[in-house]
Design a protein around this ligand. Structure first.
Ligand code: ADP
Ligand code: ASP
Ligand code: MG
Length: 437
């Protein structure tokens, strides 16, 4: 059995729902995880914003517009009048319960209930549509098995214990909601924005599935940015660690949280394109491919911070003090390079930059470089390989490089350059790594 996850854009219109239903039917007896239709979670989050700001009219208008959108989709989707009536009743019920929330005191618990409605609606529509087309589909309510523990982490044992008995009833297809769950207090909660990929991965791990498929509308994974580099090639295979490195770089392929459960349970993840269903996609698993460089990716809006201090020389505890400052402002550090008298690091969240810089000045001379870009090369970077580092650096021979990160993992070299040099860096790397082999 496989787990198939379809994202928001894949189920964005009635036509897209029909197309996905066809793919689901052809794939056989699997578990299907659906996101909300594209735009819905953002609209629900707007509703929550209005209610936090006590603007009930703003919330009601937004709810009404969304309800109209769903009623229109139901009218387009169903040809059988009784399925259509059932869908419309479900939609009206959902939206009247949303309206009733506008009359109550609004807090985080209510907000999470609002945010959960998108996946509840999309799966209800898909369930009815699959039934209309003769598929024996069984809806597995995520709120009955997807559970967070007291630390806010998914409880895999609970998930397994509650999911397996539900699946004893045989069906052509099992369908469930991505993203939504219950927390340790049994309240409705979620796995964070984009979390449907995580749901698919957790279900795959709980069932020891044959494969987890993440279906999107994105045109596959390339070895470099096709908007910048002319000759890119599709990436057919990645190690989980390589996928994890690329996920940080916003390679919009899968959510970073999705990697760990699948990797741990050793279940392959396949990225597929709903617009080109026959294409092989990208397979992610635990099998390394020795001696290959897979892809280059870049992330903009990076800030570099250098702290230079002779007090660092032969001292212990210096780095701890530096890290504690970032920790106290909940600002993650991405790249880091040290010398005997200084440390350079990068951040992509600058909300507390001035406070952090102010505190760092207790420990040394601080320099900040804005508008930087991390360029990352992913592949087999085992330190005993020879030649890859020199090819990467040769590609940078005319470009000022502010930092180089190598040895942090076996799968990555990162280079920090000015954003204005990004295009040249990506093109140079493409020539040196992929075209001259
Ligand atoms: P897709 O197949 O389009 O990736 P998803 O269900 O994974 O579908 O995501 C649906 C939408 O949710 C995305 O198109 C994006 O607009 C939004 N989204 C995903 N991840 C995040 C995130 N981390 N923060 C905010 N919005 C997100
Ligand atoms: N619907 C949620 C979101 O838009 C979760 C997801 O789509 O993965 O973030
Ligand atoms: Mg996605």
């Amino acid at each position: 059995m496989k787990v198939l996850k379809f994202g928001g854009t894949s189920v964005g219109t009635s036509d897209r729902i029909r197309h996905v239903a066809q793919l689901i039917r052809e794939a056989g007896r699997n578990v299907v995880v659906l996101s909300a239709m594209s735009g819905t979670t953002n609209t629900l989050s707007e509703v929550a914003d209005y209610l936090h700001n006590r603007n009930r009219d703003g919330a009601k208008d937004t709810i009404k517009l969304l309800e109209d959108k769903y009623l229109k989709i139901a009218a387009e989707l169903f040809s059988d009048p009784s399925s259509r009536a059932e869908a419309e009743n479900g939609i009206r019920e959902t939206f009247s319960s949303l309206l009733s929330l506008t009359r109550e005191l609004f807090g985080p618990v209510q907000e999470r209930i609002v945010l959960a409605q998108g996946e509840l609606l999309s799966t209800r529509l898909m369930e009815l549509y699959l039934k209309e087309t003769g598929v024996d589909v069984l809806l597995l309510p995520a709120l009955s098995f997807m559970k967070l523990d007291a630390q806010g982490e998914p409880d895999l044992d609970y998930i397994r214990e509650h999911l397996l008995p539900m699946m004893e009833r045989k069906a052509d297809v099992y369908l469930t909601q991505g993203y939504i769950c219950r927390n340790a207090d049994n309240e409705v909660d979620n796995l964070q924005r984009g979390g449907s990929d995580y749901t698919a991965s957790l279900i795959g791990a709980a069932l020891t599935a044959e494969e987890i498929q993440i279906w999107t509308d994105i045109d596959g994974m390339h070895n470099n940015d096709p908007r910048i580099v002319e000759h890119t090639a599709a990436v057919r295979h990645l190690h989980f660690e390589e996928a994890a490195e690329l996920a940080y770089f916003g390679a919009k392929i899968l959510h970073p949280t999705c990697i760990q459960p699948a990797k741990h349970a050793n279940i392959p993840v396949r990225l597929l394109n709903t617009l080109e269903p026959q294409a092989p996609g990208t397979l992610i698993d635990n099998n390394p491919e020795p001696g290959t460089i897979k892809a280059v990716a870049a992330k903009d809006n990076i800030t570099a911070i250098k702290i230079k201090s002779s007090r660092m020389l032969l001292a212990h505890g210096f780095l701890r003090k530096v890290f504690e400052i970032f920790e106290s402002y909940r600002t993650p550090i991405d790249m880091i390079c040290t010398s005997e008298v200084g440390v350079s690091l990068t951040v992509d969240q600058t909300r507390y930059l001035s406070e952090i810089v102010h505190e760092l000045k207790h420990y040394g001379t601080v320099t900040v470089d804005l508008d930087m870009c991390i360029v990352c090369v992913v592949g087999d970077m085992d330190w005993e390989n020879v030649g890859f580092e020199s090819r990467v650096l040769a590609a940078m021979k005319d470009i000022p490089v502010r930092m180089v990160g190598y040895g942090g993992s076996n799968y990555n070299i990162s280079l920090l350059v000015r954003s204005e040099d990004k295009v040249r860096a990506l093109q140079g790397l493409s020539r040196h790594l992929f075209q001259e082999c």
